[in-house]
Design a protein around this ligand. Structure first.
Ligand SMILES: Nc1nc2c(ncn2[C@@H]2O[C@@H]3COP(=O)(O)O[C@H]4[C@@H](O)[C@H](n5cnc6c(=O)[nH]c(N)nc65)O[C@@H]4COP(=O)(O)O[C@H]3[C@H]2O)c(=O)[nH]1
Length: 928
C-alpha cells in the first residue's frame, strides 16, 4: 500500500497522463477524472465528477466508444476498464485514449484506396500496365484496353513483349528488362511506337516506375500517354532538335541572361551544368578573329532588327579545337514593343566548312589544271569551262557557258562526229577518243579527251565532264612519224614498207584480173662518185630531182619508192605484156637525158641502170620480185651504163654463184687459204726498194690462186672484208716480224684499207691491238685508202686519219685522180702520199708525148703532190718511158710490173737488205 509522498507522486502522474482516466463507483458515477478526461469529453472536471459515465463497456475488454464532444463533434476513444477494490468498495478504473485522428486517417486511407484504384482503372488517357521483369502482365487498366485493344482478361494471361511490343523493338525491350534485373534501372521514359491488337502502330509517351512488392519481387509499371497530334508535333520537334543536333539559345536582352539548351552546350563539348546563363558564355568562346565581326553583326541586327539574324563564326570547343557554328535567330519584342529577346539556334557546320574548303581547293585545282575541263548538262549545254579551255580555244567563259557544246565542235554529247559517243555516255559508260575542234579564231586543233557521266545521289546522270588535252603538236608529230614510217624523208617517195604493201595489193589485183605487173629496180650510174666527190648535200639535191623526175614521168597508178642510197624501185601496174615495160624505161631514159642542176646551177647528166622482174613469169611473191629485179639491175650495171635488163633464170645462177663464193671465202678464212704477195715500190732513180704493198691472194683448193679483183668487191659487198681485213693486217705484221727475225731490214708495208673497213667503228683501236700483239711499230705500216672512200664522209675521214696519223701510221690516197676530190678537203687530210691511179700511168704507154692529156693529168697530180708537200707514188709503171716521164716530172717513187710483180714473201726476202749490212752502211755513213 502506497502512503505519503508515494501516493502524492502517483496522483500527479495520473493527473498529467495523456490518456483520459476515470474512476467509476459501482453505480457507474464518475468519482474522479483527470485533465485529459476533461479534454476528451469537452467538459470541465467539476461537471464530469458526479456525472454518470453512461457507456456500456465490457470490463477488461477494449472497446471503442463514440463520445459526443461539445466542440469537436463526435470523438472516438478506445476504452479499457479495469475493476479495482478501493477500501473495500468495488470501483472501475476506465482508461480512454483519443483515437479520433487515427480513425479519420484510416478512413481516409480506405477511401483513397478505393479512389485511386478507381482512378488507375478508369483514368481515361493513361494506359497503365503492370508487368513482371519477365514481361508477364499483372495489371491492365481500362485505358490500356482501349489503347492496345486487348481486354484486361486477355492481357493478364499474356506477356507484354508478345502482346504490344513490335518485332523491331523486342530486342531493345528485352535488353531493358535484363538491365532492370541486373542493375535495377528502369527503362527510360520517352516516346515509343507499340502495337495495337489489330497490328497498327500505337504512338505513346511512356514513363516507367519500378515497385518493390517484396524481396526479389520488383515489378514495373508502364504509364503510357496516347499522344495527341499536338503533343506528337512537340515531341517530334524536340526529337528533331536533338537528332539535328541543333542548339537553342534564348537571350533575354533586358537581363542579359541567356538560356542555352543542352544541345547548344553539347555542341561545344560541355555538360549541361558546365555552362551558366551568362551572355559572356557565348562571347568568350568566339574565335578572336570572329569576335569583333560577330559582335558588330549582333549590334547591327539589334539596331535594325529586320529579317533574321545570321552569323557564321568559329567557337572554341572544350577540347581546344574550333568549330564553325551557324547562328540564326529572330527578335521577340516585349509587351511594350521594345526588343525583349533574341531567340535562335546554333548549328555545327564545321564539316560543311571543311567540305567547302576542300571543294574550293578542288575547284581551284580544276580551274588551274593543265587539262581542258568542260562540264555540260545532259542536254549538252556547257555549264563550266576551266582556264585551260579558255587558253586553248580563245573563248571567254561567259561566251560558252549555256551554249551547246556541239556548236564548239567539242564532241560532247550530241556531237554527230561520233554517233556512238552519246549512246555510250547515256548508258553510263566512259568515252575516250580524239576530237578535231576549232578554236575561236577558226584554227583547227586536236584534243585527246575522256568524257565521264556525273551522277547524283540517286545514281541519275546529271552532267558530263570532259577532261582533254591539246594534242595538236603531238598529232602533227605522230602524223609526221606515220608519214616517215612509210616514206623516204629526203624525197618523200614511198619507202620499202609502203612499197611492199602496195606491191602486195597490186599482186592481189593482178592475180584477180589476170594482168601483168613489173617491178623495176633503178640504180643511178656514177652517183656514188658524185656523192663522194661533191658532198652529200649535192648528192641529196640530185636525189630529190631524180625522185621528182621519176614521179612526173610515170603514170598516176605506178608507184616509185626509194630504198636508200641511189636505189629507186618502180611498180608498173597494170601491164598487158612484159614487153610493155620497155617503152616506159625508154621514156625514162629520155627524161634523164635532160641534165639535172647542181647547187651552183651547173648541169649534170645522170644515167641509170634498171633491172626488171615481171609477175607472173618471174615470181608471184613481192620480196622475190624485188630480189630478182635487183639481180637484173646488177647485171645491167655490169654490162655498162644506161642499160636495162630483164630478170632471167640464168641470173639466178649468177646470184647462186655469188653466194657460193661468199660461203667459200668464209670457209677459206677458217682454212687459212688467204695469203699475201708483196709488190715493191721503188725509188725511180735508183731502183731501190722504198716500201712494199701487201696484196692479198686466195689459194683456193679447187680454183687455184684467185686474184683480189675477183673476190674483194664481193667481200666488200657482203661485209666479209670486215673479217678478212684484220687477218691481212695480222699476216703483214707477222711477216715483218719474220723478216726481222731472219735478220732482214723490213721496209714499211702498205696495206689496203677498204671503204667498208674504214667506215667501221673501233678501227684504230683494233689496229693498234694487232700491232701490239705482234710487236710491230706503227711507223712500219702505211694504210692505203681509195680516193672515193676517203671522200665519202670527209669530216669523218679527217677525224679517223688524224687519229691514225697521231699513232704514227703513214697514210696514202690510192687510185688518186679517179674521184672528184675537193682540193680544199685534200689539203686538210693528214696523208703523206698520193698514188697516181695506174690507168693514167698506163695510158702514157711507151710514148707519153703521144698522150698529151694523160701526160698533163699525171703532171698535174705530181704538181699537186709537190704543192701539198705529199709524196707521189705512181702505180702501174710498166715501161721505161713511163719511168723516165715520171722521173722527169718529179715523181720519186713508182710501182709496177716494170720493177716487179707482186711476189710471195720468200721471193721478196731476196731483195731486202740484211739488217747488219744496213746498220754497217749507216755506221759508215755516220763516220764519213
Ligand atoms: N696491169 C698492171 N697491174 C699492176 C701493175 N703493178 C701493179 N699492178 C696491180 O695493180 C693493183 C694495185 O693494187 P690496188 O690499186 O690497191 O688494187 C687492189 C686493191 O684494190 C685490191 N686489193 C688487193 N689486195 C688487197 C687487200 O689486201 N685488201 C684490200 N682491201 N684490197 C686489196 O685488189 C686490187 C687488185 O689487186 P691486184 O690484183 O693485186 O692488183 C694490184 C697489182 O697487182 C702494173 O704494172 N700493171
Amino acid at each position: 500500500m502506497m502512503r505519503g509522498a508515494g501516493l502524492q507522486h502517483f496522483r500527479q502522474m495520473v493527473e498529467e497522463a495523456s490518456d483520459a482516466i476515470l474512476l467509476l463507483d459501482r453505480t457507474g458515477i464518475i468519482r474522479y477524472a483527470n485533465a485529459a478526461a476533461a479534454r476528451l469529453f469537452g467538459h470541465p472536471l467539476e461537471t464530469l465528477q458526479g456525472h454518470e459515465f453512461g457507456f456500456v463497456v465490457v470490463p477488461e475488454e477494449p472497446t471503442e466508444i463514440q463520445i459526443p464532444h461539445p466542440l469537436r463533434g463526435v470523438v472516438a476513444a478506445d476504452v479499457r476498464t479495469v475493476p479495482m477494490d478501493m477500501q473495500g468498495e468495488p470501483v472501475w478504473v476506465v482508461y480512454l485514449r483519443d483515437v479520433t485522428d487515427r480513425k479519420r486517417a484510416e478512413q481516409a486511407t480506405r477511401e483513397n484506396e478505393v479512389i485511386f484504384q478507381h482512378l488507375l482503372q478508369e483514368v481515361p488517357d493513361i494506359a497503365i500496365l503492370g508487368y513482371h521483369l519477365d514481361g508477364t502482365v499483372f495489371y491492365w487498366n481500362r485505358a490500356s484496353e482501349r489503347v492496345f485493344g486487348y481486354s484486361a482478361e486477355e492481357a493478364l494471361q499474356g506477356n507484354l513483349l508478345a502482346l504490344i511490343v513490335p518485332e523491331n523493338l523486342r530486342g531493345e525491350m528485352e535488353e531493358n528488362l535484363r538491365g532492370m534485373r541486373a542493375e535495377g534501372t528502369p527503362p527510360e521514359s520517352g516516346p515509343l511506337t507499340l502495337r495495337h491488337k489489330t497490328g497498327h502502330p500505337v504512338e505513346i509517351y511512356c514513363a516507367h516506375a519500378a515497385l518493390e512488392y517484396g524481396p526479389g519481387d520488383t515489378r514495373l509499371f508502364c504509364m503510357g500517354v496516347d499522344l495527341t497530334e499536338k503533343q506528337r508535333d512537340q515531341l517530334r520537334l524536340r526529337e528533331a532538335i536533338r537528332a539535328g543536333n541543333i542548339g537553342l539559345f534564348d537571350w533575354d536582352l533586358r537581363t542579359d541572361k541567356v538560356f542555352y539548351s543542352r544541345e547548344w552546350k553539347a555542341q561545344l563539348g560541355y555538360e549541361d551544368w558546365e555552362i551558366g546563363d551568362d551572355f559572356s558564355e557565348w562571347r568568350s568562346r568566339l574565335h578572336p578573329d570572329d569576335l569583333g565581326p560577330a559582335q558588330r553583326k549582333v549590334e547591327a541586327f539589334l539596331a535594325h532588327p529586320e529579317g533574321r539574324f545570321v552569323n557564321e563564326a568559329r567557337m572554341r570547343h572544350k577540347d581546344g579545337s574550333y568549330r564553325w557554328i551557324l547562328a540564326q535567330g529572330s527578335l521577340i519584342r516585349g509587351a511594350d514593343g521594345h526588343p525583349a529577346r533574341l531567340l535562335g539556334s546554333h548549328l555545327d557546320i564545321t564539316q560543311r566548312h571543311v567540305t567547302e574548303e576542300s571543294l574550293q581547293r578542288l575547284a581551284f585545282a580544276v580551274d588551274q589544271s593543265p587539262s581542258i575541263v568542260v562540264i555540260t548538262d545532259t542536254a549538252g549545254l556547257i555549264r563550266y569551262v576551266n582556264r585551260q579551255f579558255c587558253h586553248i580555244t580563245g573563248y571567254e567563259e561567259s561566251e560558252v557557258v549555256g551554249m551547246n557544246a556541239q556548236r564548239l565542235g567539242s564532241g560532247l554529247p550530241g556531237d554527230d562526229k561520233d554517233p556512238g559517243l552519246f549512246e555510250k555516255l547515256s548508258r553510263g559508260g566512259t568515252w575516250e577518243g580524239q576530237f578535231k575542234n576549232r578554236r575561236k579564231n577558226g584554227e583547227i586543233y586536236w584534243e585527246r579527251a575522256r568524257i565521264y557521266p556525273i551522277r547524283d545521289g540517286q545514281g541519275h546522270i546529271t552532267h558530263y565532264i570532259k577532261l582533254a588535252e591539246d594534242i595538236t603538236d603531238r598529232k602533227h608529230l605522230s602524223d609526221r612519224l606515220d608519214y616517215l614510217a612509210f616514206h623516204d624523208p629526203l624525197t618523200g617517195l614511198a619507202n620499202r614498207d609502203l612499197f611492199l604493201d602496195r606491191l602486195g595489193q597490186a599482186l592481189a589485183v593482178a592475180r584477180r584480173d589476170d594482168h601483168v605487173l613489173a617491178v623495176g629496180l633503178l640504180d643511178l650510174d656514177d652517183f656514188k662518185v658524185v656523192n663522194d666527190s661533191l658532198g652529200h648535200e649535192q648528192g641529196d639535191r640530185l636525189l630529190v630531182q631524180v625522185a621528182r623526175r621519176l614521179r612526173v614521168h610515170l603514170r598516176e597508178g605506178d608507184t616509185v619508192a626509194r630504198f636508200g642510197g641511189d636505189e629507186f624501185v618502180l611498180l608498173l601496174s597494170p601491164l598487158e605484156r612484159p614487153q610493155d615495160v620497155i617503152p616506159v624505161v625508154e621514156h625514162l631514159q629520155q627524161a634523164f637525158a635532160e641534165p639535172f642542176l647542181l647547187g651552183d646551177n651547173s648541169p649534170m647528166v645522170l644515167g641509170f641502170s634498171i633491172g626488171i622482174a615481171v609477175f607472173p613469169q618471174d615470181s608471184d611473191r613481192a620480196e622475190e620480185l624485188i630480189r630478182h629485179a635487183d639481180a637484173a639491175m646488177y647485171r645491167a650495171k655490169n654490162q655498162g651504163r644506161h642499160n636495162y635488163n630483164f630478170y632471167t633464170r640464168e641470173l639466178d645462177t649468177q646470184l647462186h654463184e655469188r653466194m657460193t663464193v661468199d660461203q667459200a671465202m668464209r670457209r677459206g678464212l677458217e682454212n687459212h687459204e688467204f695469203l699475201l704477195h708483196f709488190q715493191p715500190r721503188v725509188e725511180l732513180a735508183s731502183g731501190r726498194i722504198h716500201s712494199l704493198e701487201a696484196l692479198v691472194r686466195w689459194q683456193h683448193p679447187e680454183w687455184g690462186l684467185v686474184s683480189p679483183g675477183r673476190f674483194i668487191p664481193l667481200a666488200e659487198e657482203t661485209g666479209f672484208i670486215l673479217a678478212l681485213g684484220p687477218e691481212i693486217l695480222r699476216q703483214v705484221c707477222q711477216q715483218i716480224r719474220a723478216w726481222e727475225a731472219a735478220g732482214l731490214e723490213a721496209p714499211p708495208v702498205a696495206v689496203n684499207l677498204s671503204g667498208r673497213e674504214f667506215q667501221q667503228k673501233g678501227l684504230v683501236e683494233r689496229t693498234l691491238e694487232t700491232l701490239k700483239e705482234t710487236g710491230v711499230e706503227p711507223g712500219h705500216i702505211e694504210f692505203e685508202i681509195t680516193e672515193s672512200a676517203a671522200m665519202r664522209s670527209v669530216e669523218r675521214t679527217i677525224r679517223i686519219l688524224s687519229r691514225m696519223h697521231e699513232q704514227g701510221f703513214h697514210i696514202s690516197i690510192d687510185d688518186f685522180g679517179t674521184a672528184y676530190s675537193s682540193l680544199n678537203y685534200l689539203k686538210r687530210l693528214p696523208v703523206q702520199a698520193i698514188k697516181i691511179d695506174q690507168s693514167f700511168v698506163m695510158d702514157l704507154g711507151d710514148d707519153p708525148d703521144a698522150h698529151p692529156e694523160d701526160a698533163a693529168i699525171v703532171r698535174a697530180i705530181i704538181g699537186l703532190g709537190e704543192t701539198l708537200g705529199l709524196e707521189v707514188i705512181a702505180e702501174g709503171v710498166e715501161t721505161a718511158a713511163q719511168q723516165r716521164f715520171l722521173l722527169a716530172h718529179g715523181c720519186r717513187i713508182g710501182q709496177g710490173f716494170l720493177f716487179s710483180r707482186p711476189q710471195p714473201a720468200e721471193v721478196i726476202a731476196q731483195y731486202l737488205p740484211s739488217r747488219t749490212k744496213a746498220i754497217a752502211t749507216q755506221a759508215s755513213r755516220g763516220r764519213s
